[in-house]
Design a protein around this ligand. Structure first.
Ligand code: HEM
Length: 375
């Protein structure tokens, strides 16, 4: 029998093995959780449950600080532009508003720290000396970005926070001081806000219009006259209600308000005077359609400063509850030092202007209404 015919050999290569399915993102890889969750060992890799609590609460704060820094920079970048189109003001308000929600959350977070009874803290406190929140370079960076000046800071044991970070940084491979120096080179939110306020149209006059200085000074002079008239009316009302005997006591107080308004609004430096006039104008005519977003922006910055102060105050009260009035691990006077920092004001004008505001019925009449979206 003849052999059966041999089938011709196939010339095409064997079918490739099916490619492995593309890796699906996994939650813990995306968030780098194995790394993140292995960073709570403290200095000796063996924290007690109370120390673990202490470390995690601090780390949670530092993560929030990281987000605050990124949001502040986004807002600042827009605000610092030479021209901020109307439709971008909501963007700035949005990012600063997020900072405010985070800070509010941080203020509440101190309640978690406070569950550490004093003696349980004392059990491990010496381990971390002289490390301290005083070395939180991210808080310092936040302060710098907001616009807090080094000369306005409270010193701790004669040393200002940035100099302290420079000193302790010498023994660390991580250069925290370089970060602070880089932040110092950036435009602060305070300076960006000032430049933006300077461009506010006042009684319809824009900063680039001929005769703008005259228009602004005319508005300020009229405003001051009305502050005086308001003060006189207030004094008459008080004397009527409390009796003529009160006049001598009340008159100097009313005069002080007027003097402060003059000092604040009639400041010699033209740039500063225009920025303050812009702020006063936005606050005074806040219901005008075209001032609606600017006034929200101002409100959001006021809240930001308020939240920073609440943060400082809440931290100080928590510290007082946990360590009383003893000195801090960083060597400061502790609560006494922390309470002094609650006097910080990065945006003092936003607070001062409030003492000069008038009832709507006493405001100078609005000119060139069409400029503000009013027909
Ligand atoms: C039991 C818990 C805590 C105690 C007893 C405590 C105590 C202190 C003390 C005494 C200071 C002054 C500097 C010093 O002498 O060390 C300080 C500064 C500081 N702490 Fe705390 N702290 C605690 C928790 C926290 C937490 C959870 C945070 C969150 C980040 C924090 C952030 C800071 C910051 C940023 C400073 C610098 C404040 C400034 O200079 O303006 N602390 N802390």
């Amino acid at each position: 029998m003849p052999n059966p015919p041999v089938p011709p050999q196939s010339v095409s290569p064997p079918a490739p093995a099916p490619a492995p399915a593309p890796a699906q993102p996994v939650y813990w890889d995306y968030l780098s959780l194995p790394g993140l969750l292995s960073q709570q060992g403290g200095l000796d890799g063996n924290p007690s449950p109370d120390e673990l609590h202490f470390i995690i609460v601090h780390q949670a704060f530092e993560l929030w600080f990281k987000l605050v820094l990124s949001q502040l920079r986004l807002a600042r970048d827009h605000l610092a532009a030479a021209h901020l189109p109307e439709e971008q003001v909501p963007f700035v308000v949005h990012h600063l508003g997020r900072v405010n929600v985070i800070l509010r959350h941080c203020v509440d977070q101190f309640a978690v720290m406070e569950t550490l009874p004093p003696q349980d803290f004392l059990a491990f406190r010496d381990k971390l000396t002289p490390a301290s929140g005083f070395q939180s370079f991210q808080l310092r960076e936040m302060e710098i970005l907001l616009g807090l000046k080094n000369e306005d800071r409270v010193a701790m044991g004669g040393i200002k926070p940035e100099a302290h970070i420079k000193n302790v940084g010498k023994s660390s491979p991580f250069d925290a001081f370089a970060r602070l120096q880089a932040a110092q080179q950036e435009v602060s939110l305070r300076d960006a806000l000032h430049a933006w306020l300077t461009r506010t149209p006042i009684q319809g006059s824009s900063v680039s219009d001929p005769g703008d200085e005259q228009a602004v000074d005319g508005f300020l002079a009229e405003y001051i006259e009305r502050v005086q008239a308001h003060g006189e009316a207030t004094l008459r009302g008080l004397v009527q209600a409390l009796g003529e005997g009160e006049r001598a006591k009340m008159e100097p107080r009313i005069k002080m308000t007027l003097d402060e308004a003059r000092k604040f609004l009639l400041v010699e430096d033209w740039g500063l005077r225009r920025a303050r006039a812009g702020l006063l104008f936005i606050e005074s005519y806040r219901e005008l359609p075209l001032l609606a977003w600017p006034r929200l922006l101002i409100d959001t910055v006021v809240e930001l400063e308020e939240q920073m102060l609440l943060f400082r105050n809440r931290h100080a009260r928590m510290v007082e509850r946990v360590i009383g009035r003893r000195i801090g691990t960083g060597g400061s006077s502790g609560v006494e030092y922390l309470d002094k920092t609650t006097a910080y004001r990065t945006f003092p004008e936003l607070w001062t202007v409030r003492s000069t505001l008038l009832p709507r019925t006493m405001l100078p009449a609005l000119r060139r209404r069409e400029k503000y979206g009013v027909e």
